[in-house]
Design a protein around this ligand. Sequence first.
Ligand SMILES: Cc1cc2nc3c(=O)[nH]c(=O)nc-3n(C[C@H](O)[C@H](O)[C@H](O)COP(=O)(O)O)c2cc1C
Length: 175
Amino acid sequence: MEVFDALRTRLTVRRFKPDPVPDDVVHKLLQVGLWSPSSRNLQPWHFVVITKRDTLQTLGRIATGGPFLADAPMAIAFGADKRIADRPELDIGRALQQVEVFAWSEGMGTCFVGFRNLGQIAAAKEIIGMPEEIELITIMPFGYRHDDVKGTRRKRKPLSEVAHSERFGQPYAAP
Ligand SMILES: Cc1cc2nc3c(=O)[nH]c(=O)nc-3n(C[C@H](O)[C@H](O)[C@H](O)COP(=O)(O)O)c2cc1C
């Protein structure tokens, strides 16, 4: 799949086929995360691969924004080492976007699961053994997607509302 087509068609996926994600594909997901650019090349990311069903179910109970974690074949927790970067969230955002787009191009899907409060974050970190000094950014489920993925892709602001030409406020005109 061309990068443009992957970006054009990608949707958030919250329901997965039960098929496991093969080990070599998991490895590729991690590689594309590792290949992401980062500020000063500090690479402040950590990726925790989670495949145990009981762990996924527990995380699905903790993360009220992502109960579907419980049914995913696998998940990756994205952590940020705040000791080695000032704004590691930006770097982690780059990495997880690369992983998400690659996963889509391979017939998979995922969803950014945001935690609703500090208690959820602490509980999830405890379950996966993530140390205090690593910030848990998200835990993203991965799996092969069904054909009928329903998303909100078309619900985007008009480009004319957010794109400016030369100076803010001067509308960008599409060719
Ligand atoms: C920072 C961030 C946090 C998100 N948190 C959640 C979440 O907690 N639960 C959820 O179901 N979706 C979550 N999403 C997914 C968004 O709802 C989704 O990307 C958006 O509705 C656009 O849909 P699309 O990705 O299919 O284009 C999150 C996305 C981002 C980028």
